[in-house]
Design a protein around this ligand. Structure first.
Ligand code: A3P
Length: 287
């Protein structure tokens, strides 16, 4: 199926209509934030699901109940997705934890007024591309990616769900409300998960005991988290996500792009990256 059949355009970017019907986008636009809310913000395939595991465990100070009993889409609702409006979110006690793939410029008025805490997770765009390529091949609500060359052109031009990775990252890095945002990298979480748990905990005002940090990091390491039915998306029916084609928690490493890119693809990607990121002063771990 084509983009015209599977996607709608919301604030200038494609969104899969099956996940984001107009009424959910309206709900999200009218959503009232609280200052104490915690918002996990990512470009898709940058570590959203991982954070949906880590943050509730920090909030619960290591109590495993929420991650072992509640599916991640209800535990940390995705605000623009259709389930959000069914969950009576306004009745949840603070701190509420949410996820969104919105660009900074797509956030609603209440966000800019309340300035909730944001964890903005970034990942090497080549790995985001590789992860996305597999994901688009297994999810029925996304347009089949075609060849890797074809999908690369779509990715580099932002003709995929949630638009351009470059615009997403630049928009959030340029946010004025920087004091309420923690910028964190997938790669630093891979390199030092315990240190990352501590860092996120500090940002959220939680000083966790060493054994609690250890327990959270141990549970959230890829091979352990992958076993959690509430988080590995195995509860999603196969007609929507066919994990026989590619698992949702697929590889969980930094640098997998090297196993997939040809030399020509690497050159093409680098040329576009350099052009689009030339004005960005931020230091990325993959540069
Ligand atoms: P790969 O496809 O490269 O394996 P998102 O949740 O934003 O859609 O991102 C999904 C990516 O995060 C997938 O990448 C997935 O395997 C990875 N991921 C999820 N949980 C992880 C964990 N505990 N450790 C490392 N990577 C994880």
């Amino acid at each position: 199926m084509t983009e015209a059949e599977l996607y709608s355009v919301h604030k200038g970017v494609y969104v899969p209509t099956h996940l984001h019907p107009p009424e959910s986008l309206k709900y999200c636009e009218e959503f009232t934030f609280r200052q104490e809310d915690i918002l996990i913000v990512t470009y898709p395939k940058s570590g959203t699901t991982w954070m949906q595991e880590i943050v509730p465990l920090i909030v619960s100070e290591g109590d495993m109940t929420p991650v072992l009993t509640v599916p991640n889409w209800d535990r940390v609702p995705w605000l623009e997705e259709h389930r959000a409006m069914l969950l009576s979110l306004e009745q949840r006690p603070s701190p509420r934890v949410f996820a969104t793939h919105f660009h900074h410029r797509m956030m609603n008025e209440s966000y800019f007024k309340m300035k909730p805490r944001v964890l903005y997770v970034m990942r090497n765009p080549k790995d985001v591309f590789t992860s996305s390529y597999h994901y688009y091949g297994m999810a029925s609500y996304l347009v089949n990616p075609g060849t890797q060359d074809e999908f690369m052109e779509k990715f580099l031009h932002g003709n995929i769900m949630f638009g351009s990775w470059f615009d997403h990252v630049k928009g959030w890095l340029n946010a004025e409300e920087k004091e309420s945002i923690l910028y964190i990298f997938y790669e630093e979480m891979i390199a030092d998960l315990k240190g990352s748990v501590e860092k996120i905990g500090q940002f959220l005002g939680k000083s966790l005991k060493a054994d609690v940090t250890e327990k959270i990091a141990d549970h959230c390491v890829f091979k352990n988290m992958k076993q959690n039915k509430m988080s590995n998306l195995s509860l999603v029916p196969e007609e929507f996500m066919n994990q026989k084609k590619s698992e949702f928690l697929r590889k969980g490493i930094a640098g997998d792009w090297k196993n997939h890119f040809s030399e020509a693809q690497e050159k093409r990607f680098d040329a576009v990256y350099e052009d689009k990121m030339k004005d960005v002063k931020f230091k990325f771990p993959w540069d």
